[in-house]
Design a protein around this ligand. Sequence first.
Ligand code: DAH
Length: 339
Amino acid sequence: MKEELKKVVAAAQKEIREVQTLHDLMQVKSKYTGKKSILNNFMQKISTLSQEDRPAFGQTVNTMKQQLLSLIEEQEKIIKELNYKKTLEVESLDLTLPGRKRGKGSLHPITKVWRELEDIFILMGFEVTEGPDIEDEFHNFGALNTPEDHPARELSDTFYLDDNILLRTQTSTVQIRTMEKHQVPLKIISPGSCYRNENDASHSPMFHQVEALVVDVGVSFTDLRDTLTIFVKEMFGDKIESRIRPHFFPFTEPSAEIDIICVKCYGKGCNLCGGSGWLEMGGAGMVDPAVFEKLGIDPEKFTGYAFGLGIDRIAMLKYKIPDMRLLFENDIRFLKQFK
Ligand code: DAH
């Protein structure tokens, strides 16, 4: 029986060494050392031996079993090591590669200009207010003295949501809302989005304006001119001149347009300013007495000035951006330049 045992153990050792997977190893383990295993069979056959041979044989079986178990343990380590190497090969990491840098975010050029202009006006004593993007005809046109047949009211220029409801085409709406809600005197700016049905290099269907309104006793055109001059110098630097020239708006009288000297050629004339040396920045004027009357403010006692500047235009001029659409395409390569 001893010979038989030796043969079995030799066969077991060979099988264990050849096993490639943990699953197969467990099967071999139970085949040779488990409850109903070959080695246990030998133990059961012990009764066929003589009394004195039994202990020695029993011990031999046990020793063999221990040897096989430690061999199985060794093989288990080998298989695990192999498995680990295979996994590494598949999921190999190149630890010499440089890490990926996470870029820091930055503010959009419009946001930068928006915040900067708020700071400038706040320093000059203005309060910041807001109005709704969705408006009615009264606040966008009627109260601003815009005649019923004015072309700006046309569907082709204005986005109507309903008969009387539209996306505001100008922040001048907030002049009206502020005068309806608050007592004069007033000194406010109102930055926000506006919408018009136009789309080219210098017009976007959604754009931004900042409106200003100052109403008090004795407010004059000189105050308007002073405020604009200070604003332009603060925003663009000392070198940049501004001018106002006569124009027409239904809600101001007299009305003016505001230009700044071309930030590229300083007045010589170039492609950015179309040769004129000046760039348009917005509209302004003295509040028309008819507007005050509609809101119950005494035009004999109070006067006011107002202006509306294009925030996107200011950003374009300040950063020399040649096409307004660049501001809204959100191409990261473009935006990165404003860090
Ligand atoms: N709302 C005008 C526009 O969008 C700009 C404007 C002109 C605003 C004169 C004013 C103003 O406050 O007084 O074209």
